[in-house]
Each structure stands twice: as structure tokens, then as C-alpha cells.
Design a protein around this ligand. Structure first.
Ligand code: V47
Ligand code: SF4
Length: 364
């Protein structure tokens, strides 16, 4: 029971286990009643995951920053002539995988730019070598944007590209590249990137092959409240059909060093807005088991508070995150397992180490 709120009717719906619609979602997004939002989100979070908070020991590898898309919100991707351009050799990637093996990771997370000099074989060989070094770890690699790019350079269908990647060791697709599905928003921030519809099609194809994947939304730039809700509901529709999504990760926009920096109305998100986005995601995505805070972007303290506002998963013991740090994130790049467990326990939650597929490895 939550007393006195402009959202009382929606609280009743949530308490009765009823699904919220588009108009309800927009009202949530425009409400300032963070405690009512938190109450609803926490109710759902505890129904789904009890007191558990999941975390993963993983390592991120960004293999190249050369990218032909040059999205306006991205400070990471550069042209190949840029002095900052880099591409890791397969030997560099093997070295990172050996280090990760020492750290006891259960997941390797690999994403990069669309580099026209790299053949499809580079990616297949990368997967084979990483799997050879870390046979027990899951490889979560290549966003739907990269998968679409592989279809362009090979002439193969999405399903065939995915089959070949899976045969080489790919276990799961990360959630990047979704941004905001609205064509209006994409025209303003990433006009060269695949459409939202194509992003969803690729996820659906992956789910059809039995692969589980993640979903994201990049918020806090030019999008409206309505466009955020539309994005969430398109994800919910696909999840109703496939049940292939593992988790949803809202990503707050970092403007520094991007083409959007300094544009009218574009500023860094605030803590209140971040918390609101997490709660609204938890409330609307009633068919997603998990909502994840990426502490690298939210900052560790807000990420910890989010565990009372709908979030049940903290990612991760990340190493070498480059994408958000290029855009001005000042958080560290590494969090020890001990520090993650401490954050979770001090929030009154039970810390559960998981793998990519949310199989429990250890409860703390
Ligand atoms: O698609 C790029 C975002 C994404 C900026 O699946 C930016 O578990 C903020 O998707 N400010 C890649 N965000 C990272 C990603 C991700 C991260 C952690 C976990 C998972 C997962 C996925 O990063 C891109 C884009 O949406 N991004 N530039 C920026 N300036
Ligand atoms: Fe390239 Fe991805 Fe950055 Fe866009 S967000 S420029 S596709 S690396």
C-alpha cells in the first residue's frame, strides 16, 4: 500500500498485476513522484527476484574504434585516418583473454566499431581463440549493428551470419545499438545506423536460433518521453513473442567529446532522471526478468541506490571500458568482486554471482 500519489490508479494496476499501456507509461515518465515510482518498481523487482541482486565477473574487450557510422552521440568511433584509431590484433585479443582467465571471468563482452578493413574471418577467428582460452566462459559479443554489418560484408543472411558466429563460439548478443527506435531520433543522432526495426529483426532472428540477448536504450539526448515509452513497448512486444531477452539496460547519454555536446537542450542526465528511467523500465517491461545497472555509467553510488528502485543486477567487474570513457565518464574502469559484493550487501540485498545466462555460480 502506498499512500497519496498522483499515480494512485497506476499503483493499483501494478499491485493487481495488470499491464500498463502507452499512456500510463508516459504518465510515469512525466511524474516527479520518484518514491511512488520506486515503490512500484521495487514491488515488481521483489516479485521477480526476491532479495537477490545478481552480478557478474566479466571483462570487456573493445577490438577497434574505427567506425563508418560515426554516430553523433559517440565519442569512441573514429575514421581510420584518425591518429587515435586503433585495432587490436588477434594476438592482442588472446592476451586479454589470458588475463581474463587469470581473473576467473565467466563472461567476455566484445563490441567494436564497423571497421571496413576487417574481414568476417577476423571475427570468427577471434571467437575461436577466445573460446579456446576460456572454454567455460560465455562470449557475449557484437551488437545487432555489427551483425547487420557482417551481412553486408559477406552477403549472407542474418541467420547464416549468426549460425557461423555461434559455431565459432558466440553465446549471446549484447544489447547495444538499440539507442532509441524512433526514426525521428535516429535521423538526428545516428542517421547511418541500422533502423530500429532492423535492430529488432536481428534480435528476433537470434532468439529464433535459441540465442539469448540483451536490450538497451540510450536516453537523455534529443528523445521525448513518448519516444522512450514507445521504445520500451516495442521491446516488450518482441519479448512477448520470443522470450529471448535476458535483461534491459538503460544507458544514460554522456555528451562530452561528441557532436551533440553543447547543442541546445542536450546535457548530462541527472541522478533523479536516471533513477526514474530505471523504475519506469522495471514497471513497463513486465516480461523481462532483469533490469541491469551499468555502474560505469551511473556511478557506483547511484547504481547501489538503484537496487531499491527496481534494479536486480549490477554489471560488472569490467576492465578496459572505452566507449563511455571516451565520452567523459569519470568512473573507474575496474571494480573488484569484493567491492561489488559489499555494495550489494550494504544495500540489504543478497549478492548472487551469475553467468551470462543468469545461471547461479555462487551466493554470497
Ligand atoms: O550502443 C555510445 C552507448 C552502447 C555513448 O548488453 C553511449 O550487457 C552513453 O550497449 N554516452 C554500447 N552511451 C555499450 C552497450 C552495453 C554496455 C554495457 C552492457 C551491455 C550489455 C551493453 O553504448 C552503444 C550506445 O548506446 N554509447 N556512446 C555516450 N556518449
Ligand atoms: Fe560506431 Fe557504435 Fe560509436 Fe555508432 S555507437 S559510431 S556504430 S562505435
Amino acid at each position: 500500500m502506498f499512500v497519496q500519489s498522483e499515480l494512485s490508479d497506476l499503483i493499483n494496476k501494478v499491485e493487481d498485476g495488470k499491464r500498463l499501456d502507452f499512456a500510463d507509461g508516459v504518465r510515469l515518465m512525466k511524474s516527479g513522484d520518484i518514491l511512488a515510482l520506486g515503490y512500484m518498481a521495487n514491488l515488481i523487482r521483489e516479485q521477480k527476484n526476491g532479495n537477490k541482486t545478481y552480478f557478474i565477473v566479466n571483462r570487456h574487450i573493445n577490438h577497434t574504434n574505427v567506425c563508418t557510422n560515426l554516430c553523433h552521440f559517440c565519442a569512441y568511433g573514429v575514421e581510420k585516418e584518425n591518429p587515435q584509431a586503433f585495432t587490436l590484433s588477434l594476438a592482442d585479443i588472446e592476451k586479454a583473454a589470458h588475463e581474463a582467465a587469470q581473473e576467473g571471468v565467466s563472461e567476455i563482452h566484445i563490441v567494436g566499431g564497423l571497421n571496413p578493413d576487417l574481414p568476417f574471418d577476423y571475427y570468427l577467428e577471434m571467437l575461436r581463440r577466445v573460446k579456446g582460452i576460456l572454454p567455460q566462459a560465455c562470449i557475449q559479443a557484437f551488437t545487432a549493428v555489427e551483425v547487420d554489418y557482417f551481412t553486408q560484408i559477406t552477403g549472407l543472411s542474418v541467420s547464416e551470419v549468426l549460425r557461423r558466429l555461434m559455431a565459432a563460439g558466440l553465446d549471446s548478443l549484447p544489447g547495444g545499438g538499440a539507442e532509441v527506435f524512433s526514426p525521428r531520433v535516429r535521423a538526428k543522432i545516428c542517421e547511418k545506423k541500422v533502423s530500429g526495426q532492423r535492430w529488432l529483426e536481428i534480435q528476433e532472428a537470434a532468439h529464433g536460433l535459441g540465442m539469448r540477448t540483451n536490450a538497451t536504450m540510450l536516453y537523455g539526448h534529443v528523445e521525448t518521453a513518448e519516444e522512450r515509452i514507445d521504445h520500451l513497448l516495442q521491446l516488450r512486444d518482441l519479448q512477448d513473442r520470443t522470450h529471448g531477452f535476458l535483461t534491459f539496460i538503460p544507458l544514460p547519454f554522456y555528451p562530452k567529446n561528441t557532436k551533440l555536446e553543447g547543442q541546445m537542450g542536450v546535457e548530462s542526465t541527472t541522478g533523479f532522471e536516471d533513477l526514474k528511467m530505471l523504475t519506469v523500465s522495471r514497471i513497463l517491461l513486465d516480461n523481462f526478468d532483469h533490469i541491469k545497472s551499468f555502474w560505469i555509467m551511473l556511478g557506483p553510488k547511484l547504481a547501489q541506490v538503484s537496487l531499491a528502485f527496481g534494479v536486480d543486477d549490477l554489471d560488472g567487474t569490467v576492465v578496459e571500458e572505452r566507449i563511455i570513457h571516451s565520452a567523459g565518464a569519470e568512473t573507474g574502469q575496474v571494480m573488484s568482486k569484493r567491492a561489488l559484493i559489499n555494495m550489494i550487501q550494504k544495500a540489504g540485498r543478497e549478492a548472487v554471482e551469475r553467468d551470462t545466462l543468469y545461471r547461479v555460480l555462487k551466493t554470497n
